[in-house]
Design a protein around this ligand. Structure first.
Ligand code: URA
Length: 296
């Protein structure tokens, strides 16, 4: 029964053929879940940057992810608590220019109600001109998981909730595939809160202007793991242009919060073959979550 549900979920993600391929038949369902994505501890990945830790060092040289801004997209080295007095890593202290520091400071002090009211009334960038309504975010405000997308599309603009269109259906299936459900220990937000006209990709200055809102949402939720869905989300979270393909299976950090990147569901709808990679990424994130929970 449990496997039947998982099978249905993976089918919905378009992953059932991959499952069969790796599991070698219908009977291998349970193994497939664990064999494919759980093969190595995530902690080893965290350690590869070379920081001191109690975990065994990996002799494997790991390429640095492709980053154009050197600031934040550095693989996590020390999610294990740093000794008191240890230097704050550069990526934790260097933050983007949020444009108007007074505005950013004001937003940084808001509670949930103030924040959502401010987002709905925001006119700080050109995206306010064409939106029907701003879309702040949705979910469990004390979630351990926070997923960040790009920006509202047409349906989200109409309904005022992130990821309610076709990409949202796939996101729900992706969540279900790792045992998660929208609203239950999951918070969902976007890099920009207003729909970019014609669903174009939000521009870097729009992402930067909206960043104080995302930053405040993250501070209020305090998730254990952040998942960036696509490049614009990664840019918003890491303040760096990364290639998703080159950054999969790595743990980045935003301050003390680990960030895992994967493909955006809308991209996956157009590139079905990459759904299996997204599944691996989510299982990687789930493994990371488990390891962090065990350490806490
Ligand atoms: N795509 C996104 O990135 N966010 C949404 O809310 C909907 C589609």
């Amino acid at each position: 029964m449990r496997y039947a549900r998982r099978d249905a979920v993976l089918r919905e993600m378009g992953l059932a053929p991959v499952w069969r391929l790796r599991a070698g038949g219908e009977d291998g369902v349970a193994e497939a879940i664990d064999v494919l994505p759980e093969s190595a501890p995530v902690a080893a990945e965290l350690d590869r940057g070379g920081a001191a830790s109690s975990l065994p060092a990996e002799p494997v040289p790991v390429p640095v992810p492709e980053v154009r801004s050197a600031r934040a997209a550095i693989p996590v080295r020390d999610l294990i608590p740093r000794p008191a007095g240890a230097a704050v890593p550069v990526e934790a202290s260097a933050r983007r220019d949020d444009g108007d520091p007074a505005r950013a400071g004001r937003i940084a002090g808001m509670d949930w109600d103030e924040l959502e009211t401010d987002i709905r009334a925001c006119g700080a960038c050109r995206l306010c001109e064409k939106r029907r309504q701003a879309v702040p975010g949705v979910g469990d405000r004390r979630a351990e998981w926070m997923f960040v997308g790009e920006g509202p599309g047409s349906e989200e603009d109409q309904r005022g909730e992130p990821f309610v269109g076709a990409a949202g259906k796939l996101l729900d299936a992706m969540l279900a595939a790792i045992g998660l459900k929208r609203g239950e220990n999951v918070y969902i937000a976007n890099a920009v809160k207003c729909r970019p006209p014609h669903n174009r990709t939000p521009q870097a200055d729009e992402i930067a202007t909206c960043h104080p809102y995302l930053a405040r949402q993250i501070e209020l939720v305090r998730p254990r793991v952040l998942v960036a869905l696509g490049r614009p989300a990664a840019l918003a979270l890491l303040d760096a242009e990364i290639s998703i393909g080159a950054s999969r299976g790595r743990v980045f950090r935003r301050g003390d919060t680990p960030v895992v990147v994967t493909y955006h569901p809308a991209y996956l709808l157009r590139n079905q073959a990459d759904k299996a990679k997204a599944w691996e990424d989510l299982c990687f994130a789930r493994r990371l979550m488990r390891e962090l929970a065990e350490k806490a």
